[in-house]
Design a protein around this ligand. Structure first.
Ligand SMILES: Cc1cc2nc3c(=O)[nH]c(=O)nc-3n(C[C@H](O)[C@H](O)[C@H](O)COP(=O)(O)OP(=O)(O)OC[C@H]3O[C@@H](n4cnc5c(N)ncnc54)[C@H](O)[C@@H]3O)c2cc1C
Length: 431
């Protein structure tokens, strides 16, 4: 929907109130200035101009993002699925348009945007159903590690290229024998003069084939009382000798996103590569635990947006699909009730997620809320994709249909970022 149509629609409903003057990146929202509808009150759940967490500047950003996804990604995605990864040119295009690492401060080449700005990119990706580009982990997981914990030298060295999309970032935590239980990791870094020598391996690493920078978790103090007190994060240039990529792993879904094993064989890095410098030594686990709520929030956000997209594709399909002399929607109450339930459940998840997003924007999101959002929204995403696929009948099982790919691609959302079982453990701890 165009911005003009958004304004026209809002005006028609009498929902525009006085007051503007907010900028992209402003810390305020317009909830007290403009009465915006919930997206479930609008023509479609993907309409621009809805949701009280955003303002009209966000609408403009969303309009630009949406156009970019539709023009640059959608037409090429099937080819990238065949190839197993997206192109480097796509990364550069996203960077040139200002769509990567949007929250990076201006002094390091970023736009100094807010998490609300960044969230628009996650959602627009989900609305297209194009899961290939690993932008979210690059922009809103990896870059914040450097912004929040890096030394000045590290920020100036890495962030401008991350924003430009010329340096692709990855995060290496999981190992073959240590996923949920990160404290069981085996990768070690041993001090040798001014260097550290790293040995070990990682698995399931998003952007693993394309990455220029790996934020790598390793054990730096094997004598620590608890493993969590002896881990550090290293900023590893992936062109260094001793760094090797395994194969691009064959996954159930997300076939255009590269996911890799990585190996470190006497990989030598200078001490200046420890994230945060000397102050970061043995603080890696604490840094990871601090950054995880944002990772979980963005997974939840992609989950709700994916559910909304599934609902909209299915709404169109069942209204168009003829059976027994009428459309599936008109003819069958079971179909109407299924869509009513899906829309209601999705709207409830949307309200909770938007509340979490607002809390995070204000620096108040805690681990419990982020875990609740991650598990609930990704379980819902999978339930919605499954039920919507059923309404497409046999066509829903054909991968040329977005609903089939949403069903396949969404499954991993319940596994990564901390599995949903782990989310329940974290929530239970606070009960
Ligand atoms: C496509 C993809 C991309 C990924 N990207 C990255 C990445 O970029 N970087 C990275 O570091 N990792 C990445 N991962 C790894 C991901 O985070 C892990 O797979 C995940 O944390 C689960 O770990 P695991 O696979 O070792 O499973 P396990 O930890 O072995 O878990 C197996 C099962 O046991 C359950 N379980 C484990 N512990 C408990 C418990 N305490 N209570 C209840 N149930 C439990 C789990 O929920 C799960 O169902 C990715 C994974 C995939 C599939």
């Amino acid at each position: 929907m165009s911005v003009a149509r958004v304004s026209a629609q809002l005006g028609r409903r009498g929902m525009v109130a006085a007051g503007r003057g907010l900028r992209w990146g402003s810390s305020a929202t317009v909830s007290d200035e403009v009465l915006r509808p919930d997206n479930s009150q609008s023509d479609t759940m993907m309409d621009i101009g809805t949701r009280r967490v955003y303002n009209e500047d966000h609408d403009l950003l969303r309009t630009m993002c949406r156009r970019w996804w539709e023009q640059e990604v959608v037409p090429n995605h099937a080819k990238w699925e065949e190839e197993g990864s997206v192109s480097r040119e796509l990364w550069a295009s996203a960077g040139a348009n200002g769509f990567l690492a949007m929250t990076t401060p201006e002094e390091y080449g970023g736009a100094g945007g807010s998490i609300l700005d960044a969230s628009i990119m996650w959602e627009e990706q989900s609305y297209t159903g194009c899961t290939g580009p690993g932008f979210a982990i690059h922009s809103d997981i990896c870059a914040p590690y450097i912004v929040n914990w890096g030394t000045e030298e590290q920020k100036h060295k890495w962030l401008p290229d991350i924003v430009a999309g010329t340096c692709i970032a990855a995060l290496g935590m999981t190992e073959p024998a240590a996923g949920s239980d990160l404290q069981g990791m085996k990768t070690t870094a041993v001090r040798d003069g001014d260097d550290w020598v790293i040995n070990g391996s990682k698995v399931f690493i998003t952007n693993g084939q394309m990455s220029n920078l790996l934020i790598l978790a390793a054990k730096t103090d094997p004598t620590a009382a608890k493993p969590s007190a002896g881990m550090s994060l290293f900023l590893v240039d992936t062109s260094l000798p001793g760094f090797a990529r395994g194969k691009n792993l064959k996954k159930v879904g997300m076939k255009a996103q590269d996911t890799s094993e990585l190996f470190f064989d006497d990989l030598r890095v200078p001490n200046s590569c420890i994230l945060g410098g000397d102050a970061g030594l043995n603080r890696g686990f604490y840094m990871m635990m601090t950054e995880l709520p944002q990772e979980r929030l963005l997974i939840a956000g992609m989950g709700v947006a994916a559910a909304e997209a599934c609902f909209e594709w299915t709404r169109d399909y069942v209204k168009d699909r003829k059976a027994f002399g009428t459309s599936l929607y008109k003819g069958l109450q079971t179909v109407r009730h299924e869509l009513a339930e899906i829309k209601t459940e999705t709207a409830v998840a949307r309200a909770f997620y938007d509340s979490c997003l607002q809390l995070h924007h204000e620096g108040r999101l805690d681990s419990q809320m982020a875990s609740m959002a991650k598990y609930y929204c990704t379980d819902l995403q999978n339930s919605v994709a499954n039920r919507c696929l059923q309404l497409f009948g046999g066509w829903g099982y054909m991968t040329e249909y977005p609903i089939a790919r949403a069903f396949i691609d969404g499954r991993v959302q319940q596994i990564y970022g901390g599995s949903n079982e782990i989310m329940k453990e974290l929530i239970a701890r606070s009960i």
